[in-house]
Design a protein. Structure first.
Length: 642
């Protein structure tokens, strides 16, 4: 049975128990703290003062003559503490010490502090972090999700490797890194969306994978002349998570290796000047850089050390090969799946390039001049990548009229919908309007180009079209089979008998989702009413239409106060709640299909990088495997991009 831990302040009561830390430790309690008496001194493990105590807390220097040397989980999920003063003599702040203290905005670090543990300040309200020179270790996620953090001064940090993490600090604008730092580890500043200024260390040698992934406000990077390696997706990402504002990067002569996708989809990057002695340039390093007009392959590159599709973008017109080697066409043609354009050996675009000759250039031009009218239209109409809802169309004719209204205007283009052009091998069946039969994976959108200046047959460009049943407005034409969404989705009854997905992975019909506007709650008492769990808040009311963070796990409560399970749509995003109601994160296998739930719980769609590997989740959230993605990439049996 679920329950909420209640800690009562009992003066003068001493509780003894065994703790597995350096042998036997003694746990005692005052009217404010639970603490352990260890060989080195006192470690505070819980703060149990009443809610009426001051929000500003001053940690005692000693208790019963013993020095306070550390805190460990002491204020975890405390929602009233605002300011904490740590005394001299404190050596460490252990894991989760201030975890989820959203009201904490200020802390004073002592000059004796040596270690900050995992998730120590995770999701706190800190506005500024200045590390003292005594700090020797900052563990992973130490300051992650500090949304109000604006400035982080780490200049006094004395280690050569930055093990800590400021990932998901969406308000962080400035970071000052220490001169002694040589390595920035994986994901250290991932999703710091407001980060604009970085003061780089003068001894920096390596920036590891995804270190600045999703830093969408970065505009300029001037790397020190000591950097040797830039990791995979260090500044890259998909079209939503890359450093999309990055306009300029100054690469030092010391740079030896740029790993795969390091700057992929940095669409504002206008110029890339790589050092001539660069040794390795891996796949997709500068793909999707739509502002690049020219790309230079440096002199030091050899064929074995250059990957496929190293550069690409809508404006890229010229690739210059400064190396003394002929380079395979895969370097520039790997991602040209649509044949929208071709690379030519001459500026007049008359001879198609089969490779890049040493010390020469190749040029981009239209491969099919008139056919590209239709192709360009499809590229602009990005809505077809994710599919369309049936709420605006209930027949084949209505589909064509509706899609025509979405396309950019062109007198030479018409729209038609065809059935049976595409294989259903990699897509689940979708419910169709009454005017069509088959499965939506066999539906293709055809843009027909009739160019008036030439005498040629009609050019047709096809693209698979996925049709979703959400908001279907034909009441007389309901699909047979399949189940409707459980009432927990919109009314909050907590039912999990319906669900986000049918057996084949298609999105469930008829669900408007739950709208959450209330702040989340962090305290309450569980109560079982029949078969439904509810949470009684301190004010006596039930939690309803809101999230709750209870004992370190997120729960969702419907409009009728019931704890929800299964797939739920909240404010337009999908979440999955386990059978016990806790929110799922990471990979999830359901109905023989894999889904990925982001760290915030929302379901990922489209390209997603996980542990340095790229995966594609279709519009229903299901992982594509052993196929070709809608944008032309191949993925293996595990879903990894090849």
């Amino acid at each position: 049975m679920k329950g909420k831990r209640c800690l009562l302040a009992v003066m003068g009561v001493i509780v003894l128990f065994l703790v597995g830390f350096s042998g036997v430790a003694m746990a005692e309690q005052t009217d404010e703290y639970v603490y352990e008496v260890r060989e080195e001194g006192i470690v505070l493990t819980d703060y149990i003062a009443t809610p009426f105590d001051a929000a500003k807390v001053e940690i005692p220097k000693e208790i019963d003559g013993h020095p306070v040397i550390g805190l460990e989980g002491t204020f975890k999920e405390n929602q009233r503490v605002v300011s904490v003063i740590l005394p001299e003599g404190v050596l460490f702040l252990g894991d989760d010490t201030f975890y989820d203290c959203e009201t904490l905005v200020e802390i004073g670090f002592p000059s004796t502090l040596e270690r900050i543990g995992k998730k120590c300040f995770y999701n706190t309200g800190l506005e500024e972090v200045i590390l003292p020179a005594s700090v020797k270790q900052v563990d992973v996620d130490a300051f992650s999700r500090c949304k109000k953090l604006v400035r982080a001064d780490l200049s006094n940090y004395m280690q050569s490797r930055f093990n800590g993490s400021f990932s998901y600090c969406s308000g962080l604008k400035e970071v000052i890194l220490p001169d002694t730092l040589e390595i920035i580890n994986e994901g250290s500043f991932m999703y710091c969306e407001s980060l604009e200024k970085i003061v780089w260390p003068s001894k920096l040698k390596r920036i590891n994978d995804e270190a600045f992934f999703g830093c969408s406000s970065l505009r300029e990077i001037v790397l020190p002349d000591t950097v040797e390696k830039i990791g995979a997706a260090a500044f890259g990402g998909d079209i939503y998570t890359a450093c999309v504002s990055l306009e300029k990067v100054e690469f030092p002569d010391s740079l030896k290796v740029i790993y795969a996708d390091a700057f992929i989809n940095c669409k504002s990057l206008k110029e890339v000047r790589l050092p001539e002695k660069l040794e390795c340039l891996w796949s997709g390093a500068f793909m999707g850089c739509d502002s690049l007009e020219e790309f230079v392959i440096p002199e030091g590159i050899i064929p074995d050390n250059i990957g496929t599709g190293v550069a690409g973008g809508k404006k890229l017109k010229q690739i210059i090969n400064n190396s003394p080697y002929d380079l395979d066409e895969r370097v520039f043609r790997k991602y040209d799946k649509t044949k929208e354009y071709a690379w030519f050996a001459d500026e007049n675009c008359t001879e198609v390039a089969k490779f890049i000759p040493a010390k020469s250039s190749i040029y981009r031009g239209k491969a099919e001049l008139y056919g590209n009218v239709a192709k360009d239209i499809l590229e602009e109409a990005s809505i077809f990548v994710d599919g369309v809802s049936m709420k605006n169309m209930n027949s084949k004719e209505e589909i064509e009229v509706y899609l025509s209204s979405l396309l950019p205007f062109s007198a030479d283009v018409s729209v038609i919908v065809k059935v049976g052009n595409f294989s259903a091998a990699s897509a689940g069946t979708r419910w169709l309007p009454s005017g069509l039969s088959g499965s939506a994976s066999n539906i293709s959108l055809v843009v027909r180009s009739n160019h008036s200046q030439i005498d040629m047959s009609t050019v047709e460009i096809s693209k698979r079209l996925e049709i979703y049943q959400e908001s279907y407005n034909a009441s007389e034409d309901k699909p047979s089979g399949g189940s409707s969404f459980g009432s927990g989705g919109s009314s909050g009854s907590g039912s999990s008998s319906g669900g986000r997905l049918s057996g084949n992975g298609a999105a469930a019909p008829g669900n408007a989702g739950l709208t959450v506007t209330k702040p989340s709650v962090s305290a309450g008492q569980w109560e079982l009413q029949g078969t439904i769990w509810k949470l009684i808040l301190p004010d006596g009311n039930f939690a309803s239409a809101q999230w709750g963070l209870i004992a370190g796990k997120w729960y969702l409560f419907g409009a009728d106060s019931s704890m929800l399970t299964g797939w739920q749509m909240v404010n337009g995003a999908w979440y999955y709640l386990e059978a016990d109601g806790s929110m799922a994160v990471g990979w999830k296998l359901l109905n023989d299909k894999w889904y990925y739930l982001n760290p915030d719980g929302d379901m990922a769609i489209g390209w997603k990088i996980v542990d340095g590997k790229w995966y594609y989740l279709d519009a229903s959230g299901a992982l594509l495997t052993n196929t070709v993605t809608p944008d032309g990439y191949s993925v293996n049996v595990s879903g990894e991009r090849i």
